[in-house]
Design a protein around this ligand. Sequence first.
Ligand code: SAH
Length: 205
Amino acid sequence: MDRKQLEIELEALEGFQDPSPGLEQYTTPATLASTLLHHASLNADLDSPVVDLGCGTGVLAVGAALLGSDAVGVERDAGALAVARRNAVRAGVRDRVEWVQADVSRVCLDLRDASVVMNPPFGAQRHGADRAFLRRAAEISRVTYTVHNEGSHAFVEEYVGELGGTVTQAFAASLELPRTYEFHREESREIPVEVYRLEFGAGSL
Ligand code: SAH
């Protein structure tokens, strides 16, 4: 499946029904999700299992499954996971994705060589929320793709270094967010983001 086809499939998925600002629930737009996944696939990084931390409505996990991987989505919000389950059915990949309702910092995942794809909370509402995601990614993955807001490079490089990993690639992208919450003033908003590819080899947690 090429990038455009993947984008079309992901565009048809259901979004959050009742998004919670405290959990920073924003669906990754189909363009960004398909770009990230296509990039990972070109780098041969979507070998199974693919773990989507904070999967929300499952866009990244379902996308990875559409590209042929076995995927696991971890999300603590039951409502979002119910949507994710429906999305897997809708996309015809129900047999390829497992959903786990849990907090990413507590969930027990007995993995070391997974590929993680994630669009974690940026920590705008709860400071440090993104650190728990990076820590967990360091424990379970060989390669991680993660989305952060613009200007996070120094932070990500330093924190990932502390976790025993390295940033091997970075690219800029943008996230068009529809007006989701009352505190949003504009109809939609273009948010510049950065996608990082991280490698965790021997010596990580
Ligand atoms: N990755 C999804 C959703 C991004 S929003 C997508 O790309 O569409 C971030 C998601 O992380 C939300 O669904 C939120 O509920 C979830 N989340 C936030 N903190 C979490 C935690 N500690 N454990 C598990 N999920 C968490």
